[in-house]
Design a protein around this ligand. Structure first.
Ligand code: ATP
Length: 607
């Protein structure tokens, strides 16, 4: 995380695909373990057993009533219309109207209640997921692409939600309708039923032919949408880079190419999927013709009644629809199960290791920090940093310098206990870090990073983030100490000026000043400063240096330095190279040694 915060304008290609997927929508993935995922989903749903029972009741009722309608119509024809008997016809028609009314009511109730169950379920899952995400160790976030995680929290969850909302009911009711329709048809005329069902294989063959093609085409379309969205996101968040390298034309051309590809795949995917209703229509008409022709012959021979023919024509429509629905919904269901599986994978991730049972709370530390022979690697068997030993006395300033990848951020990650050493130990006021509760240790630390974390809210709220119970006066005092008060007063609404999440509206330097104010308010014993590399005007730079001096006074501070002239006064400079401290000392002694630091200062080597 630390690294992420330090890289404000990362032109992050790796996140690109995953982000695209997040924005791209429903990418159909197959569930690896369908059975256990369904079981787990059921565990959530079963908490609402009572409501589910009512939903099932309504589905059965609506399916039954849907079947009853045509039977009543057939009866009206056979018993009253053909025989020209009006007595009782109106009663039957009233019954028919009642049937359709109850059908609509039960359909409405089933979806109303099911939506309630689905929304409660995903609300609970979302809460669990979000809570769990915040209990996971930093190593988890370091391993994952953020776009992909976002996709799980939003896209996959939405997939589960929409499927629970409607598809589950639809599948259940389609199955019931299908079984019911065929049963009634068989009961009325087995022969005509078999003839009517003769179009089913034709329908399956047609559907299979189309879905085989649309499956591939939709996948292609989704991946093209994902790619396009990813590109849009990438170029918007990387606008600064696009502009500084004058890449606008290239970016537009690339976009047009991707957009063209999306157009192609979209055209064919939509065209082929548009064949499905047309095919169903043709088959419906075919079945209608078969029933009318064969049914007509049967009726003439007195084998069946006219009413039965009407019922069959109605039913022939009723069973092609659920078959079509089933084919469609099954795909959606599969992708929702895959989505749920991806959500559960996160829920199954191991939370950050609990504090040791004997771990203590630290209320106030003096600020002595010792690294004793610390080695650590992100990957097993590697050595990102090794044999690190140094002592920072309370109130001292320790500067970390070294080329990129030397391990400076890693030392800070270890200091903050985002990771623990593989070998050796870190001591705070002589107490081993593992014996201190993480939250209380982090509570003693303040961070001023290159990319100050600002959130949507007023300047007052943003500074108060350092200490939530601080009064307005304390916030203003901290801002004054951080040389921020004067620029805040010049803003339209002063301390109440609303900031956007990305902090747009104020300058890079002002953001740094605000984060210094925030750290001053938090009044931590230990400080981590990541010096800004981005160019800041000299006046603001001076203000920052002055505010930092005030902030660092009396606190043990660790500075990741990129410009060497700012660390001349550090009590200790640790020169890191390939994960080892190769030189250690003050600016003067290190210059005298004429080693790596000396070369860095001459500008021969760069950080
Ligand atoms: P820079 O000045 O460029 O930020 P740094 O000195 O802070 O570099 P580190 O970020 O500590 O260097 O990285 C040290 C090494 O560890 C590098 O080789 C880096 O690729 C690797 N590394 C950093 N973070 C991770 C991680 N989360 N997982 C695996 N390897 C990592």
């Amino acid at each position: 995380m630390y690294k992420e915060l330090r890289k404000p304008f990362q032109y992050s290609r790796p996140d690109f695909k995953a982000n695209g997927r997040a924005a791209g929508g429903k990418k159909k993935a197959k569930a690896k373990n369908m059975q256990s995922t369904l079981k787990r989903l059921w565990m959530y749903l079963s908490e609402k057993k009572g409501m589910l029972f009512l939903v099932v009741l309504m589905v059965v009722a609506s399916s039954g009533l849907g079947l009853l309608g045509p039977v009543l119509i057939g009866r009206a024809i056979d018993h009253y219309i053909v025989t020209k008997q009006t007595q009782g016809l109106f009663l039957l028609l009233a019954g028919l109207a009642g049937t359709y009314f109850l059908y609509s009511l039960s359909s409405f109730l089933q979806s109303f209640w099911m939506i309630g169950i689905a929304q409660d379920t995903v609300q609970k899952m979302r809460n669990q997921m979000f809570r769990h995400l915040h209990s996971l160790p930093i190593s988890f976030f370091d391993r994952r692409q953020h776009g992909e995680l976002m996709s799980r929290v939003t896209n996959d969850m939405e997939n589960v939600s929409s499927t629970l909302n409607s598809s589950v009911i639809q599948i259940f009711s389609s199955l019931l309708t299908l079984v019911g329709t065929v049963s009634v048809m068989l009961w009325m005329s087995p022969l005509l039923t078999i003839i009517t069902l003769s179009i089913v294989p034709l329908m399956f063959a047609g559907l299979k032919w189309i879905t085989n093609r649309t499956g591939v085409l939709f996948k292609e379309q989704q991946s093209n949408i994902g790619e396009l969205n990813g590109y849009i996101e990438e170029t918007i968040s990387g606008q600064r880079i696009v502009k500084t390298f004058s890449q606008e034309q290239k970016v537009i051309l690339d976009f047009m190419k991707k957009n063209k590809r999306l157009r192609e795949s979209g055209f064919w995917a939509q065209t082929f999927s548009g064949f499905i209703p047309k095919l169903m229509n043709v088959l419906n008409n075919l079945s209608f013709t078969i029933i009318a022709a064969v049914g007509g012959i049967f009726a003439l021979k007195g084998m069946i009644t006219i009413g039965t023919i009407i019922v069959f024509t109605e039913y022939s429509r009723q069973f092609t629809r659920p078959l079509n629905d089933l084919a469609n919904q099954f795909n959606t269901l599969l992708s929702a199960v895959a989505g749920a599986e991806r959500v559960f994978e996160i829920l199954d991730e191991k939370a950050e290791a609990k504090d040791e049972s004997h771990a203590i709370e630290v209320k106030e530390i003096k600020g002595e920090v010792e690294f004793r022979d610390v080695s650590f690697s992100y990957e097993k068997g590697g050595d990102t940093v090794s044999g690190i030993s140094f002592i920072a006395e309370p109130g001292q300033t320790v500067a970390l310098v070294g080329p990129t990848g030397a391990g400076k951020s890693t030392l800070i990650n270890l200091l903050s206990r985002f990771y623990d050493p593989d070998i050796g130990a870190i001591y705070f006021d002589g107490v081993e870090s593992r014996s201190i509760k993480r939250a209380s240790l982090r509570g003693q630390m303040g961070f001023v990073l290159q990319d100050s974390f600002l959130f949507e809210g007023s300047i007052m709220e943003n500074i108060r983030y350092g200490r939530l119970d601080a009064t307005d006066e304390e916030v203003v005092e901290a801002a004054k100490q951080a040389n921020s008060d004067s620029f805040i007063h010049k803003l339209p609404d002063g301390y109440q000026t609303l900031l956007k999440q990305d902090g747009s509206g104020i300058s890079q330097g002002q953001k740094q000043l605000l984060s210094i104010a925030r750290a001053l308010l938090a009044d931590p014993a230990l400080l981590v400063l990541d010096e800004a590399t981005s160019s800041i005007d000299t006046v603001t730079e001076l203000k920052i240096q002055e505010a930092l001096k005030r902030l660092m006074k009396g606190r043990t501070s660790f500075i990741i330095a990129h410009r060497l002239n700012t660390i001349r006064h550090a009590d200790q400079i640790l020169v890191l190279h390939s994960g080892r401290v190769i030189e250690k000392g003050t600016h003067e002694t290190l210059l005298k040694n004429k080693g790596f630091y000396y070369e860095l200062n001459k500008g021969v080597k760069t950080t």
